[in-house]
Design a protein around this ligand. Structure first.
Ligand code: ATR
Length: 275
């Protein structure tokens, strides 16, 4: 006897270790909209990634987030890539449309939205991105795709050079000099420095003024030492919770086709950052 389809739609995340924070944020959003949806963190080893994707298809899981190392390992296993995910070469979100898996990069979109919320369109704006790891890469590609003039620097200069070589018109600037006197009014701190327990980047005392907009991608704590210092100097600041919120909201919208309840999701971020 054929069983009737389950009324519950499932989404989730695929990572080496199950993460609960994203679950709380997405589940709170489903619940706020009264959707009979469930968000499940799935743990998986790299060796099982292909089988896990088959399982996702077989179980009609609507979508899932992925973290490192799967952001890159998953690329050849997907059926389709959204243009930005293809250009970046990294996927953090997969949408399952009737068994067809399409990869997106909402990290890049979230970074741009967080910046544009504060400064308006990034087209032709000069933006300094500090860092050249996976997170900085998503920010740099997003900012570049939004039409900004991109300046890059990194503690290890070679990595900034390699990233800049992939981004037409991007310029590499000296790291020490950028921390002394940032060469752009809009500055994005996209390294892991300043995360709970880790020292902040050694910016000069006089690095910031009222002219600056300073975004930190670190979200634990929300109000990093950098954010506090920039604010004290009169700069506008964007803490890492905004990028996190907008990237998750975009995931929600890709999965459900509905506008994300930003306030509800933001509340979860604040609680988690405080805890
Ligand atoms: P993520 O995925 O968080 O970006 P990653 O790929 O390991 O992590 O990259 C970490 C980034 O933070 C790099 O740009 C790293 O600089 P290096 O390439 O010189 O290692 C940067 N980073 C981490 N800690 C730092 C610190 N204390 N000072 C300056 N840069 C730091």
């Amino acid at each position: 006897m054929a069983s009737s389809p389950s009324p519950i739609t499932t989404c989730g995340s695929l990572s080496l270790h199950p993460v609960t924070f994203g679950r709380r944020m997405h589940q709170a959003a489903y619940d706020a909209l009264g959707l009979p949806w469930l968000y499940v963190p799935f743990a998986c080893e790299s060796v099982g990634l292909k089988a896990a994707l088959e399982g996702m298809r077989a179980l009609s899981i609507r979508g899932f987030g992925v973290s490192m190392p799967f952001k890159i390992e998953i690329l050849p296993l997907l059926d389709e890539l959204a243009p930005l995910a293809r250009t970046i070469g990294a996927v953090n979100t997969v949408v399952n449309d009737g068994g067809r898996l399409c990869g997106h990069n909402t990290d890049a979109e979230g970074a741009v939205q967080a910046l544009e919320e504060e400064v308006g369109s990034l087209r032709d704006a000069r933006v300094l991105v500090i860092g050249a790891g996976g997170a900085a890469r998503a920010v740099a590609f997003g900012v570049h795709a939004a039409g900004a003039k991109l300046l890059l620097c990194n503690r290890t200069r070679d990595k900034a050079e390699a990233l800049a070589a992939e981004l037409k018109g991007a310029e590499v600037v000296a790291y020490e000099e950028a921390l002394r006197k940032p060469p752009a009014d809009i500055i994005v701190q996209a390294t892991s420095a300043g995360m709970a327990g880790a020292a902040s980047l050694p910016f000069d005392e006089a690095a910031f003024s009222e002219r600056n907009v300073v975004m930190d991608i670190v979200y634990k704590p929300l109000h990093t030492e950098l954010i506090q210092r920039a604010k004290a100097a009169g700069a506008k600041t964007i803490h890492g919770g905004r990028m996190l919120l907008f990237q998750a909201a975009r995931q929600f919208e890709l999965y459900t086709g509905k506008t994300a309840p930003l306030g509800v999701m933001d509340e979860v971020i604040r609680e988690a950052a405080a805890g």
